[in-house]
Design a protein around this ligand. Structure first.
Ligand code: NAD
Ligand code: AKB
Length: 312
């Protein structure tokens, strides 16, 4: 039995990734790890351990003694939280990555998944249908850490044959666990307000188009990438990943088709500048070519799923 560790298991992605990996590989094969002492009820169906990714020796000892062979490293500060604490964001987002890359370099781990983000792009990047290879001058500490991480992943792969795989996730939309402090979080908050019959005051302006992806697609992409034969993974920095692209106004119009009384107002805050520096939409043609990626959820389908499940 291949043993898998998900670090940052209690977050927006970790919760759903742990559940999907356990369905696929068995509950006992997938170890969840996060800062909190107790395991959240939603992932209680398998092993859980309290681990701080910044405690390098504890992480090394846990992975080596439990013979963990695959690591999904999700622990990070996201864009909005990172801007409030840039020093710590840089430390958290980089140090954990080095600890895991080094374990793979020393052959303790066979495979790593580490997520990048559309935040690697910046204000000088072509904003529409942003290609895989383009100008990358991120202006947020989060984006800088993700771009540096991408370069280190590629470096460890080339120099030390580390099997590290990565996706540039867009904003991820989900209902099972709350988002962790990003700029795209509005596209989740809005559904909770709309289904509760409450007006939504959006922290981005009505015309801010951003790339987004439904969580089911993101989890499927992650598992497909990790299961693809190594020779198909020709990009070892990180792959562009596209789903849908919409503005807050377009999203609110789509919600109003189901909840006609829903009202939105706009009150942009510091996150507007972050959104303005990111692409409007992503071109992931190379990703599709290399390992066959295709999203399944368009905007109407996302709206249906979000409203239906939040109401439940
Ligand atoms: P999140 O904030 O919801 O979850 C992160 C988890 O990491 C939390 O449960 C937190 O407790 C844990 N964590 C923080 N510090 C830790 C530490 N020192 N040791 C162990 N665990 C720690 O974030 P998420 O949305 O699930 O994102 C996961 C990863 O995916 C991040 O690297 C993020 O940059 C990336 N990503 C997310 C999105 C998105 O829209 N959610 C988009 C692009 C990239
Ligand atoms: C954020 O908004 O910070 C994240 C991301 C796109 O990386 N959702």
């Amino acid at each position: 039995m291949k043993k898998i560790l998900v670090i940052g298991s209690n977050g927006q992605i970790g919760t759903e990734l742990v559940l999907s990996l356990r369905e696929r590989y068995g509950n006992e094969a997938v170890f969840a790890a996060d800062l909190s002492k107790s395991c959240p009820a939603i992932i209680i169906n398998g092993p859980y351990v309290q681990l701080d990714v910044l405690q390098k020796e504890a992480i090394r000892e846990y992975i080596i003694s439990n013979e963990i062979k695959e690591v999904y490293l999700l622990a990070a500060l996201l864009s909005a939280t990172a801007e409030k604490n840039p020093d710590f964001a840089w430390k958290l987002n980089m140090e954990g990555l080095f600890t895991i890359l080094d374990l793979a370099k020393e052959k303790h781990i066979d495979k790593i998944f580490w997520p990048s983000s559309i935040a690697v792009f910046g204000p000088t990047t072509p904003a529409d249908k942003t290609p895989q290879y383009t100008i990358m001058e991120p202006s947020t500490v989060y984006g800088i850490s993700k771009l540096a991480g991408e370069r280190w992943c590629e470096y460890y792969h080339k120099k030390h044959q580390v099997d590290v795989r990565s996706l540039r996730y867009p904003g991820l939309i989900s209902y099972k666990s709350p988002p962790g402090g990003g700029t795209t979080d509005y596209a989740i908050d809005i559904f909770h307000k709309a289904t509760a019959g409450v007006d939504y005051d959006c922290f981005l302006n009505e015309t801010s188009a951003l790339p987004m992806l439904f969580m089911d697609d993101a989890i499927r992409a992650t598992i497909e990438l990790m299961e693809a034969p190594s020779e198909q993974i020709k990009i070892r920095s990180s792959y562009n990943l596209a789903g849908v692209s919409f503005t807050p106004k377009e999203l609110s119009e789509a919600i109003k088709k189901q909840l006609p009384d829903f009202k939105i107002t706009y009150n942009p805050d510091f996150r507007q500048a972050i959104a303005d520096s990111w692409p409007n939409s992503i071109d992931d043609a190379i990703t599709e070519q290399h390992w066959g990626w295709k999203p399944r959820f368009d905007l109407p389908k996302i709206v249906d799923e979000m409203i239906k499940n939040i109401k439940k």
